[in-house]
Design a protein around this ligand. Structure first.
Ligand code: PPS
Ligand code: MG
Ligand code: MG
Ligand code: MG
Length: 359
């Protein structure tokens, strides 16, 4: 018998956790966001979604890997206050609805899912707070963004549930659920809902979100050659998250003729991995913001396993061993092997121009 592939159990549980969280976020969108946010401009539905998705993923991880720490975006401090009671009740109800739902295709009873797997409010708050781990250089931990691209989520556009396993500062496994991403970019009004999985050394794959286990190993992703016709940028929607004017200049230096694709969340990394766009470029807006590890970990391993390169804007590797943030890194550049060095050179040129503008 051949030895089992590395991280096989982690991969299964991560897929199950991300899929359940996506069922939850889709129901939050249909039940709450459509009515409350659009009508009243109220942002609280996304907060309910963030917390309850983190409670669900951390509960599922905790059942199979009770020793593993988690670096999660959210924490339950506000929910433990008197003023957080209403919010807490909604989160407990939603998280339990999701955990108690009958087994989905391919799930196994021993994963602790299905009817009567509900948790008390206290257990769910503790599960959220299991995400308080500080991260670091050694050992193994998970990192979770329960809803990445919250603005996209509210608009009904792209968002992603992002989970990654980091071992000794290296991302070994990444799973992303993208409920609103078209299965094929060339058919934007066709079926939606994709799950992306990458294990280091084992390749990057796309699976249908509705039945990932039935489709394993999935469609292998490989970044195609960057021809001039394919060369375009994938960038943030929010001006406050990345310096888009800088991207325009870099695109000009590279002779890019296609307009950029603006998309919220790590769905950008998924699009890059399957060749929908050619260059992920995210340069700091200059506010001293430090990028968070949960905003890039799963995307980083997906891109690398699809044959791409991911670095900061100087061409230095991203360091996932510094704690909850990427530290002093300078932006993010991800692209195919054939174009990455050229993008870095163009970024350097654009940066030099900014620092000594022509009179
Ligand atoms: N100032 C600043 N600079 C860079 N990044 C920031 C900044 N502020 C927030 N964030 C993080 O951006 C995450 C969303 O990134 P996106 O690329 O999806 O942005 S965008 O929505 O497309 O504009 C977003 O993730 P979520 O909070 O999970 O949505 C934030 O963690
Ligand atoms: Mg995020
Ligand atoms: Mg988030
Ligand atoms: Mg956030």
């Amino acid at each position: 018998m051949s030895a089992p592939l590395a991280y096989a159990a982690e991969k299964q549980i991560a897929i199950a956790a991300v899929r359940r969280a996506c069922v939850l976020t889709a129901s939050v969108f249909n039940k709450l966001v459509k009515q409350e946010t659009l009508v009243k401009g109220d942002k609280s539905p996304v907060t309910v979604g963030d917390y309850s998705a983190q409670a669900v993923v951390n509960t599922i991880l905790g059942r199979t890997f009770p020793q593993d720490p988690i670096v999660g975006e959210e924490d339950a401090a506000d929910l433990r206050q008197e003023s957080g009671n209403t919010l807490k009740d909604r989160i407990v109800q939603l998280a339990n609805e999701t955990l108690n739902a009958p087994l989905l295709a391919g799930e196994k009873e021993e994963w602790g899912l299905g009817p009567s797997q509900g948790q008390t409010a206290e257990q769910l708050l503790d599960a959220i707070d299991r995400g308080n781990y500080a991260g670091g250089r050694t050992g193994r931990f998970w990192t979770l963004d329960p809803i990445d691209g919250t603005k996209g989520f509210l608009r009904g556009d792209q968002y992603a549930v992002c989970l990654a396993l980091i071992v000794d500062a290296r991302v070994e496994l990444g799973v992303m659920g993208c409920p609103n991403l078209p299965v094929t970019a060339s058919d934007p009004s066709g079926p939606r809902g994709c799950l992306f999985v990458a294990v280091r050394g084992q390749g990057a794959y796309q699976l249908p979100l509705a039945d990932p286990f039935g489709a394993l190993p999935g469609t292998r992703l490989q970044i195609p050659p960057t021809t001039p016709e394919r060369l375009n940028f994938l960038e943030s929607v929010e001006e406050g998250h990345a310096k888009l004017s800088f991207n325009d200049r870099v695109a000009q230096i590279l002779g890019v003729t296609r307009p950029p694709t603006r998309m919220d969340s790590q769905a950008k990394y998924c699009s890059l991995a399957r060749g929908d766009g050619a260059v992920y470029l995210r340069m700091p807006v200059g506010s001293g913001y430090r990028e968070k590890i949960w905003d890039h970990a799963s995307g980083a391993v997906l891109v690398e396993e699809a044959g791409g390169i991911i670095t900061d804007g100087r061409g230095e590797p991203l360091d996932f061993g510094l704690g909850r943030t990427l530290g002093e890194n300078y932006g993010v550049v991800a692209a195919g092997k054939d174009i990455h060095a050229k993008v870095i050179a163009a970024v350097k040129q654009a940066k030099a121009e900014e620092e000594s503008p022509k009179l």
